[in-house]
Design a protein around this ligand. Structure first.
Ligand code: RIB
Ligand code: CA
Length: 307
């Protein structure tokens, strides 16, 4: 099977860590590199967390630090969900893995320009790095095979009634990306909120007894324990892992072509992904997923860390 070459752009975060676990090992994916952005926590923390996950699990790909603040708005974070560290109560051994010296935006530009147009970008945090790369070098847009992003919602948001965190954290960046003409798949809350595990699934993962299953189990338990009040039944949702799973197995999902515009008005709808089936389509919006098969994909992929 030909592997899909991917670059994950993340703000590691708890569900970002699970996305990295899947991206690094799923047999349909070839993880080229990882770029990191501020979002769930400040860039120093999201970069530390990304490097620590890679070091712990032997994910031997280059990691690039990117933008430490949004394009225009003031920075926000999701510490109430992901904790002060950005990875809950997970403790890692002393960090030895180093980030690359090159800025993530320059890495994205150089890698995409040098490619055959075979790279799928999987942004699972604010879109600041992606937007900056597009503005720095517009010639990268036709070189992007597809952007499968976790963000937005055609229904309610999770930061405000209108806006989902990744978009809310940098709406101007999202507007640049959604208006770029790139082939975009939007994996939004409408589907990801329905991916939260029950304890049977947590225990199924933990019984795999390898470093990835232990890390994933700890993440899921932290999310389930700490986010019921904030997220209710969506606590523990695999927002970012769902985007990676789409890139690996799109057949598990249903999609609709929609026009997606970003509300940049500075009112209650700031950062809303305004989705319409009537406008000129600029994105495939995910509308459904086979929940059991999604969790089977995650379990099967995590099991590969024990081989
Ligand atoms: O709204 C969910 C998104 O916000 C996820 O990417 C999570 O990691 C946070 O960044
Ligand atoms: Ca994220």
């Amino acid at each position: 099977m030909e592997k899909t070459r991917i670059i994950v752009d993340c703000d590691t975060g708890l569900d970002d860590a699970v996305a990295l676990i899947l991206a690094a090992k799923h047999p349909a994916l070839q993880l080229d590199s990882i770029t990191v952005v501020a979002g769930n926590q400040t860039l120093d923390k999201t970069l530390y967390n990304t490097l620590s996950v890679c070091q712990l699990l032997g994910i031997d790909v280059p990691v690039y630090g990117g933008c430490d603040r949004p394009l225009v708005r003031s920075a926000v974070n999701a510490g109430e969900v992901h904790g002060e560290s950005g990875l809950g109560d997970i403790v890692f051994p002393p960090l030895k893995k180093k980030a690359e010296g090159k800025h993530a935006v320059l890495h994205l530009v150089d890698t995409l320009l040098a490619s055959d147009g075979d790279i799928t970008l999987i942004p699972v945090g604010p879109l600041t790095n992606i937007a900056m790369a597009m503005r720095l070098q517009p010639a990268i847009v036709p070189k992007i095979r597809r952007i499968v992003l976790m963000g937005g919602a055609y229904g309610f948001g999770n930061v405000t009634p209108a806006a989902e965190f990744n978009i809310f954290a940098d709406p101007e960046a999202a507007s640049v990306v959604f208006s770029s003409g790139a082939d975009i798949v939007m994996v939004g809350l409408d589907v990801t909120n329905k991916t939260a595990p029950d304890m049977e699934k947590v225990e199924r993962i933990e019984k795999l007894c390898n470093p990835a299953s232990k890390l994933c189990g700890g993440i899921l338990r932290f999310l389930l324990r700490n986010n019921q009040e904030i997220d209710g039944p969506a606590a523990g949702a695999m927002h970012d892992g769902t985007a990676v799973s789409f890139a690996a197995c799109p057949e598990l999902f249903s999609v609709k072509e929609m026009q997606v515009e970003i509300d940049l008005s500075h009112g209650p709808c700031y950062g809303r992904t305004v989705c319409s089936e009537k406008g000129k389509p600029n994105a495939l919006v995910v509308t459904g997923v086979d929940y059991e098969k999604l969790w089977q994909l995650m379990a099967d992929t995590i099991a590969l860390y024990g081989e």
